[in-house]
Design a protein around this ligand. Structure first.
Ligand code: FAD
Ligand code: NAP
Length: 311
């Protein structure tokens, strides 16, 4: 039986692994369905992680995290966790590979994933002109016109990044006020390559076998046909709480109305021995530094929980 199973290998999961193993737990496995690093590896530029003198890409920021955590004995298994349930003692982690693993304690650090906006053709052209990652796909549109949908930090930051590559960026937002940080809004407003299309939303994406050819925008009843080969959709994130769903449809622990896990200041959920850290938890500030801090907090409490024999 593991001392601790960590579900997810983003900033929260990796930091939990670092603290748990360095703090004395010996049998700790982090399950990650892809490469460790988490969603920040989608970001082209990070400048608000403490200790970073110059902006770095998300991939650069996360490069050393797995190596550092594994130095102290953290084990990493590339597998998707399907469900976590209560066992006779502790918990049972059900894996997509079919394996089941018992653990005395569990930290859920599954983060969040990009939401879909819901317009016609979005799924059809996803990966064929529609993207949720500017770092990954921005370069395909070098010196071409692209569009960005959304008005939060991600949309505006990625519009600024795309403006360095594309000839022009149309930023489409459903209101005339942005929810992004004021400094980011200022940079966008001052960028001559970004054109705002406000009080508007995308209603349809169209194209052919070559990929996206354009989008139809509705701006307060006015229809705009924008012929762009690339659309970047940044309309928020959905929490990845599926692993907590039980066979009867209930959640293993308390979640709020948005499906975020309810935790206390030690990242303890409503079930003893079960923790949640990072974007998955209620009121998460959705920042790398906060996710890392949550992971450390959860691990420190989990060490005590395991050492007390599950008390
Ligand atoms: P995540 O980073 O989402 O990691 C969760 C991990 O769990 C993922 O690797 C996922 O593959 C894995 N996982 C999920 N479900 C399972 C499962 N069932 N089984 C196994 N593994 C699973 N924050 C900042 O501080 N500064 C920024 O500049 C910034 N820019 C951003 C730009 C973009 C484009 C995006 C999308 C986010 C940005 N953020 C930024 C937010 C930041 O990335 C998140 O707050 C942070 O990554 C959350 O960390 P986490 O560990 O909670 O979750
Ligand atoms: P977000 O803050 O939830 O913003 C989503 C945006 O998409 C909003 O402007 C929203 O409009 C719009 N939207 C939602 N559904 C839509 C739809 N169906 N059609 C059209 N527009 C739609 O999401 P985010 O920008 O991905 O950020 C997620 C979290 O990560 C936030 O907490 C953010 O602060 C954080 N983050 C931080 C940084 C940083 O610190 N540098 C960078 C990136 C992300 P409304 O405004 O009208 O609701």
């Amino acid at each position: 039986m593991l001392d601790l199973a960590i579900i997810g290998g983003g900033p929260a999961g990796l930091t939990a692994g670092l603290y748990a193993t360095r703090g004395g737990l010996e049998n700790v496995v982090m399950y990650e369905k892809g490469m460790p690093g988490g969603q920040i590896t989608l970001s082209s530029e990070v400048e608000n992680y403490p200790g970073i003198c110059e902006p770095v890409s998300g991939i650069e920021l996360m490069e050393c995290w797995p190596k550092q955590a594994m130095r102290f004995g953290l084990k990493y298994e590339m597998d998707e966790v399907k469900r976590v349930r209560k066992g006779e003692e502790g918990f049972v982690v059900e894996l997509a590979s079919g394996k089941e693993q018992e653990a005395k304690s569990v930290i859920i650090a599954t983060g969040s994933t990009p939401k879909r906006a819901g317009f016609e053709g979005e799924e059809e052209f996803l990966g064929k002109g529609i993207s949720t990652c500017a770092t990954c796909d921005g370069f395909f549109y070098k010196d071409q016109e692209v569009a960005v949908l959304g008005g939060g930090d991600t949309a505006l930051e990625e519009a600024l990044y795309l403006a360095k590559i594309a000839s022009k960026v149309y930023l489409i937002h459903r209101r005339d006020k942005f929810r992004a940080a004021p400094t980011t809004v200022k940079k966008v407003l001052e960028n001559p390559k970004i054109e705002l299309i406000l009080n508007a939303t995308v209603v349809k994406a169209y194209g052919d076998e070559r990929g996206l050819q354009g989008i139809i925008i509705d701006q307060q009843g006015r229809r705009i046909d924008l012929k762009v080969p690339g659309l970047f959709v940044f309309v928020g994130m959905k929490v990845n709480n599926e692993v907590l769903k039980q066979a009867d449809g209930s959640f293993l622990c308390r979640v709020n109305q948005w499906g975020e896990v309810v935790v206390d200041l030690r990242m303890r959920t409503s079930v003893p021995g079960l923790y949640a850290a990072g974007d998955i938890r209620q009121d998460a500030p959705k920042q790398v530094v906060c996710a890392a801090a949550d992971g450390a907090t959860a691990a420190i409490d989990a060490i005590g929980y395991v050492e007390r024999g599950g008390e």
